[in-house]
Design a protein around this ligand. Structure first.
Ligand code: ADP
Ligand code: TRP
Length: 323
């Protein structure tokens, strides 16, 4: 059985791009009976920048609620909060002592972040080492990540290799599974949907606010009567990622025939999202109103995950010569 592990940065409720591009495919993969998935919320990583207790908590809950609402099976798999398993901090120290300083100083993501931020703390600098500890603490075989995280995975493999060279058989060396991201969801301005571009569709919003977001999708200025090109329209693009083939064909016909305005298309997209994600929206809101349900899931997950963490940490401690 392959052990698949990935960390999810908790920066608020996942948007439609996160859902279609990452969460839904990951949940699908976790259903494979030959896999065991460990998904965790990387809230220790968030602490490199977040300084507000309520924001930190709320972001964790919203992220967790989305995964649960979309049906991640926490019984078959592992679902936990990074900060609940403090063993990761201990392992991080051991790995730090095996990490060459220039390897971190040259990491792209550190260079990018340190150029943008007013104050740079050393947590941000050692971010990839904590990430290596996240992975190595659970003997993960496969780590699926986006392209931006590939260098961090290389760092993990390098540190684990160097450690194993001195202390044999301490770690499983994970393989990277690069997510080529065939599906990119566009945002309301037609660019890639991203929190940082302020162009997201948040399907968990109350209907009125969700409708407002959808109504703000940018289009060209063709009037109702003119025939329109579906391939060049953001509304149509998003619609076609969610709707059945039949519905997509129907909408395509309306675009080409004319007499169908962008306002109508937005209304159809709004209704489709409400209908398609009705169950998930309800479940998400129920969980956010009852965060004790989320807490329970995360604590049970932490209990399960800490069994693996304790075994691996004991092995490493004994290899180093600690009791
Ligand atoms: P954001 O750009 O909003 O900050 P993240 O970088 O946190 O999103 O991405 C989290 C996950 O969601 C990653 O796996 C990423 O590839 C995926 N993702 C983010 N935006 C999109 C998008 N517009 N379309 C498809 N997948 C996306
Ligand atoms: N750094 C990752 C990101 O920004 C999140 C993350 C933390 C992670 N620890 C991990 C991903 C371990 C994979 C494995 O998306």
């Amino acid at each position: 059985m392959a052990r698949i592990l990935t960390g999810i940065q908790s920066t608020g409720p996942p948007h439609l791009g996160n859902l279609l591009g990452a969460i839904i495919p990951a949940i699908k993969m976790s259903k494979d009976i030959t896999n065991e998935s460990l998904f965790f919320i990387a809230d220790l990583h968030s602490f490199t920048t977040v300084r507000d207790k309520e924001v930190l908590k709320k972001n964790t809950y919203a992220t967790a609620a989305a995964w649960l609402a979309f049906g991640f099976d926490t019984k078959k798999n592992f679902f936990y909060r990074q900060s609940d398993i403090t063993q990761v901090c201990e392992l991080s120290w051991y790995l730090n002592c095996f990490t060459p300083f220039p390897m971190l100083a040259n990491a792209h993501s550190f260079k990018d972040k340190s150029d943008r931020l007013a104050s740079v703390n050393s947590g941000l600098f050692t971010y990839p080492v904590l990430m290596a500890a996240d992975i190595l603490l659970y003997d993960a075989d496969i780590v699926p990540v986006g392209k931006d995280q590939v260098q961090h995975l290389e760092i993990t493999r390098d540190i684990a290799g160097a450690f194993n060279h001195v202390y044999k058989d301490s770690f499983v060396i994970p393989s990277t599974q690069i997510d080529e991201k065939v599906m990119i969801v566009n945002g309301t301005d037609g660019q890639k949907m991203s929190k940082s571009y302020n162009n997201v569709i948040d399907i968990f919003l109350p209907e009125k606010k969700l409708r407002k977001q959808i109504m703000s999708i940018k289009t060209d200025s063709l009037g109702v009567e003119s025939p329109k090109n579906p391939a060049e329209c953001t509304i149509f693009n998003i619609y076609s990622l969610i709707a059945s083939n039949l519905k997509v064909k129907e909408l395509e016909k309306k675009y080409i025939s004319g007499g169908f305005g962008y306002g109508h298309a937005k209304q159809e997209l709004f209704e489709l999202i409400c209908d398609k994600f009705k169950k998930e929206r309800e479940s998400f809101n129920h969980l956010m109103r009852n965060t004790d349900l989320i807490e329970n899931e995360l604590l049970l997950g932490a209990k399960k995950a800490s069994k693996i963490a304790n075994d691996v940490l004991s092995r490493v401690r004994s290899n180093i010569g600690y009791s």
